[in-house]
Design a binder for this molecule. Sequence first.
Ligand SMILES: C[S@@+](CC[C@H](N)C(=O)[O-])C[C@H]1O[C@@H](n2cnc3c(N)ncnc32)[C@H](O)[C@@H]1O
Length: 206
Amino acid sequence: MRRDNVSADTELEYNLRFFTQFIINPARTGAILPSSDKLCEFMTDLAGLGDVSTVIELGSGTGVITEKIMRKKAGSTTFFALEINPAFVDATKRKCPDAVVYQSSAENVMKHLEMHGESGCDRVISSLPWSTFNGETQQLILDSIYDVLKPGGVFLTYAYVLGVVAPASWRFKKKLYAKFDKVETSKIVWSNIPPAFIYICEKASR
Ligand SMILES: C[S@@+](CC[C@H](N)C(=O)[O-])C[C@H]1O[C@@H](n2cnc3c(N)ncnc32)[C@H](O)[C@@H]1O
Protein backbone atom coordinates (compact mmCIF):
# COMPACT_ATOMS: atom_id res chain seq x y z
CA MET A 1 0.00 0.00 0.00
CA ARG A 2 1.29 3.45 -0.87
CA ARG A 3 1.83 5.96 1.94
CA ASP A 4 1.43 9.71 1.52
CA ASN A 5 5.06 10.75 1.70
CA VAL A 6 6.81 7.64 0.38
CA SER A 7 6.93 6.70 -3.30
CA ALA A 8 6.12 3.13 -4.36
CA ASP A 9 9.79 2.49 -5.26
CA THR A 10 10.97 3.71 -1.91
CA GLU A 11 8.45 1.47 -0.20
CA LEU A 12 9.93 -1.46 -2.07
CA GLU A 13 13.41 -0.39 -1.03
CA TYR A 14 12.35 -0.25 2.59
CA ASN A 15 10.86 -3.73 2.34
CA LEU A 16 14.03 -5.07 0.70
CA ARG A 17 16.14 -3.47 3.40
CA PHE A 18 13.98 -5.09 6.06
CA PHE A 19 14.15 -8.49 4.37
CA THR A 20 17.96 -8.18 4.06
CA GLN A 21 18.23 -7.53 7.80
CA PHE A 22 16.01 -10.56 8.42
CA ILE A 23 18.42 -12.73 6.38
CA ILE A 24 21.42 -11.31 8.27
CA ASN A 25 19.85 -11.67 11.72
CA PRO A 26 16.43 -13.37 11.75
CA ALA A 27 16.09 -13.61 15.55
CA ARG A 28 16.86 -9.98 16.23
CA THR A 29 14.71 -8.74 13.34
CA GLY A 30 11.78 -10.99 14.23
CA ALA A 31 9.79 -10.67 10.99
CA ILE A 32 10.39 -10.96 7.25
CA LEU A 33 8.59 -7.73 6.36
CA PRO A 34 7.63 -4.50 8.12
CA SER A 35 4.21 -4.41 9.80
CA SER A 36 1.27 -3.68 7.50
CA ASP A 37 -0.26 -0.25 7.24
CA LYS A 38 -3.42 -1.60 8.89
CA LEU A 39 -1.58 -2.95 11.94
CA CYS A 40 0.41 0.28 12.37
CA GLU A 41 -2.71 2.42 12.01
CA PHE A 42 -4.66 0.23 14.46
CA MET A 43 -1.88 0.12 17.06
CA THR A 44 -1.32 3.87 17.05
CA ASP A 45 -5.10 4.52 17.20
CA LEU A 46 -5.38 2.21 20.23
CA ALA A 47 -2.54 4.13 21.89
CA GLY A 48 -4.63 7.34 21.91
CA LEU A 49 -1.74 9.67 21.20
CA GLY A 50 -3.59 12.97 20.82
CA ASP A 51 -3.38 14.24 24.39
CA VAL A 52 -0.36 12.56 25.96
CA SER A 53 2.88 14.32 26.80
CA THR A 54 5.49 11.55 26.32
CA VAL A 55 5.61 8.60 23.91
CA ILE A 56 8.43 6.10 23.32
CA GLU A 57 8.74 3.53 20.55
CA LEU A 58 10.88 0.38 20.92
CA GLY A 59 12.16 -1.41 17.80
CA SER A 60 11.34 1.06 15.02
CA GLY A 61 12.62 -1.07 12.11
CA THR A 62 12.05 0.85 8.87
CA GLY A 63 9.85 3.37 10.67
CA VAL A 64 6.36 2.21 9.65
CA ILE A 65 4.94 2.75 13.15
CA THR A 66 7.16 5.78 13.79
CA GLU A 67 5.57 7.48 10.78
CA LYS A 68 2.08 7.04 12.28
CA ILE A 69 3.19 8.22 15.72
CA MET A 70 4.73 11.35 14.22
CA ARG A 71 1.47 12.09 12.41
CA LYS A 72 -0.87 11.42 15.36
CA LYS A 73 0.99 12.86 18.33
CA ALA A 74 0.60 16.50 19.38
CA GLY A 75 3.40 18.86 18.38
CA SER A 76 4.36 19.37 22.03
CA THR A 77 4.64 15.63 22.81
CA THR A 78 8.10 14.34 23.67
CA PHE A 79 8.87 11.37 21.43
CA PHE A 80 11.87 9.17 20.68
CA ALA A 81 12.49 5.67 19.36
CA LEU A 82 15.11 3.11 20.39
CA GLU A 83 16.36 0.70 17.75
CA ILE A 84 19.26 -1.72 18.20
CA ASN A 85 20.18 -2.24 14.54
CA PRO A 86 22.07 0.72 12.94
CA ALA A 87 20.70 -0.11 9.47
CA PHE A 88 17.19 0.31 10.87
CA VAL A 89 18.11 3.48 12.75
CA ASP A 90 19.17 4.88 9.38
CA ALA A 91 15.98 3.64 7.68
CA THR A 92 13.72 5.18 10.37
CA LYS A 93 15.55 8.51 10.12
CA ARG A 94 15.17 8.50 6.35
CA LYS A 95 11.46 7.80 6.55
CA CYS A 96 10.85 10.18 9.48
CA PRO A 97 13.49 12.94 9.36
CA ASP A 98 11.88 14.80 12.28
CA ALA A 99 11.87 11.79 14.62
CA VAL A 100 14.52 11.34 17.33
CA VAL A 101 15.93 7.80 16.97
CA TYR A 102 18.71 6.37 19.16
CA GLN A 103 20.75 3.29 18.37
CA SER A 104 20.23 1.62 21.70
CA SER A 105 18.68 -1.45 23.29
CA ALA A 106 15.24 -1.27 24.85
CA GLU A 107 16.41 -1.83 28.43
CA ASN A 108 18.16 1.58 28.27
CA VAL A 109 14.85 3.36 27.96
CA MET A 110 15.03 5.21 31.30
CA LYS A 111 18.47 6.61 30.52
CA HIS A 112 17.18 8.09 27.25
CA LEU A 113 14.01 9.44 28.86
CA GLU A 114 16.10 11.21 31.49
CA MET A 115 18.21 12.74 28.70
CA HIS A 116 14.94 14.40 27.62
CA GLY A 117 14.52 15.82 31.12
CA GLU A 118 11.59 13.54 32.04
CA SER A 119 11.12 10.78 34.60
CA GLY A 120 8.02 9.01 33.27
CA CYS A 121 6.16 8.47 30.03
CA ASP A 122 2.52 7.95 29.04
CA ARG A 123 2.84 5.40 26.25
CA VAL A 124 5.40 2.79 25.21
CA ILE A 125 4.72 1.32 21.77
CA SER A 126 6.78 -1.78 21.05
CA SER A 127 7.20 -4.19 18.19
CA LEU A 128 10.15 -5.98 19.80
CA PRO A 129 10.56 -9.67 18.83
CA TRP A 130 9.71 -10.97 22.32
CA SER A 131 9.50 -14.62 21.28
CA THR A 132 13.17 -14.59 20.22
CA PHE A 133 14.38 -13.24 23.61
CA ASN A 134 15.37 -15.60 26.43
CA GLY A 135 13.46 -15.34 29.72
CA GLU A 136 16.06 -13.11 31.35
CA THR A 137 16.01 -10.58 28.51
CA GLN A 138 12.21 -10.59 28.38
CA GLN A 139 12.09 -9.81 32.12
CA LEU A 140 14.82 -7.17 31.98
CA ILE A 141 13.10 -5.25 29.17
CA LEU A 142 9.59 -5.66 30.65
CA ASP A 143 10.84 -4.34 34.01
CA SER A 144 12.48 -1.38 32.24
CA ILE A 145 9.25 -0.58 30.40
CA TYR A 146 7.15 -0.82 33.58
CA ASP A 147 9.57 1.43 35.46
CA VAL A 148 9.55 4.09 32.77
CA LEU A 149 5.73 4.34 32.63
CA LYS A 150 3.89 6.92 34.71
CA PRO A 151 1.03 5.60 36.89
CA GLY A 152 -1.85 5.10 34.44
CA GLY A 153 0.61 4.78 31.56
CA VAL A 154 0.02 2.19 28.84
CA PHE A 155 2.35 -0.27 27.10
CA LEU A 156 1.28 -1.68 23.73
CA THR A 157 3.02 -4.53 21.94
CA TYR A 158 1.92 -6.84 19.17
CA ALA A 159 2.15 -10.62 18.89
CA TYR A 160 1.63 -12.99 15.97
CA VAL A 161 -1.45 -15.18 16.27
CA LEU A 162 0.24 -18.37 15.10
CA GLY A 163 3.29 -17.67 17.26
CA VAL A 164 1.48 -17.66 20.60
CA VAL A 165 1.76 -21.43 20.94
CA ALA A 166 5.57 -21.21 21.01
CA PRO A 167 7.06 -21.71 24.52
CA ALA A 168 8.86 -18.33 24.46
CA SER A 169 5.60 -16.57 23.61
CA TRP A 170 3.77 -18.32 26.47
CA ARG A 171 6.57 -17.32 28.78
CA PHE A 172 6.31 -13.72 27.60
CA LYS A 173 2.52 -13.71 28.04
CA LYS A 174 2.84 -15.01 31.60
CA LYS A 175 5.41 -12.34 32.45
CA LEU A 176 3.17 -9.65 30.92
CA TYR A 177 0.14 -10.66 33.01
CA ALA A 178 2.31 -10.97 36.14
CA LYS A 179 3.90 -7.55 35.68
CA PHE A 180 1.03 -5.30 34.59
CA ASP A 181 -2.02 -4.38 36.60
CA LYS A 182 -4.40 -4.73 33.66
CA VAL A 183 -3.83 -6.52 30.32
CA GLU A 184 -6.26 -6.62 27.41
CA THR A 185 -5.94 -8.04 23.92
CA SER A 186 -7.21 -6.41 20.74
CA LYS A 187 -9.02 -7.95 17.81
CA ILE A 188 -6.80 -9.74 15.29
CA VAL A 189 -5.50 -7.88 12.25
CA TRP A 190 -5.81 -10.72 9.75
CA SER A 191 -4.40 -8.79 6.81
CA ASN A 192 -0.99 -8.41 8.50
CA ILE A 193 1.66 -10.92 7.41
CA PRO A 194 1.51 -12.87 9.65
CA PRO A 195 -1.83 -12.01 11.36
CA ALA A 196 -1.27 -10.20 14.65
CA PHE A 197 -3.07 -8.82 17.70
CA ILE A 198 -2.05 -6.26 20.29
CA TYR A 199 -1.54 -6.56 24.04
CA ILE A 200 -2.68 -3.37 25.79
CA CYS A 201 -1.10 -3.27 29.25
CA GLU A 202 -1.82 -0.65 31.89
CA LYS A 203 0.18 0.41 34.91
CA ALA A 204 -2.23 1.21 37.76
CA SER A 205 -2.85 4.88 38.62
CA ARG A 206 -1.89 5.64 42.19
C1 LIG B 1 9.49 -7.21 14.20
S1 LIG B 1 10.60 -5.86 13.89
C2 LIG B 1 9.44 -4.51 13.91
C3 LIG B 1 9.90 -3.33 13.12
C4 LIG B 1 8.85 -2.24 12.89
N1 LIG B 1 8.49 -1.52 14.09
C5 LIG B 1 7.62 -2.84 12.28
O1 LIG B 1 6.60 -2.94 12.98
O2 LIG B 1 7.68 -3.20 11.10
C6 LIG B 1 11.47 -5.75 15.46
C7 LIG B 1 12.44 -4.59 15.57
O3 LIG B 1 12.98 -4.56 16.90
C8 LIG B 1 14.38 -4.29 16.83
N2 LIG B 1 15.01 -4.81 18.06
C9 LIG B 1 15.27 -6.11 18.38
N3 LIG B 1 15.80 -6.20 19.62
C10 LIG B 1 15.85 -4.92 20.11
C11 LIG B 1 16.27 -4.35 21.35
N4 LIG B 1 16.75 -5.12 22.34
N5 LIG B 1 16.17 -3.02 21.51
C12 LIG B 1 15.69 -2.22 20.52
N6 LIG B 1 15.28 -2.70 19.32
C13 LIG B 1 15.35 -4.03 19.12
C14 LIG B 1 14.82 -5.02 15.56
O4 LIG B 1 16.06 -4.55 15.09
C15 LIG B 1 13.64 -4.69 14.64
O5 LIG B 1 13.81 -3.46 14.00
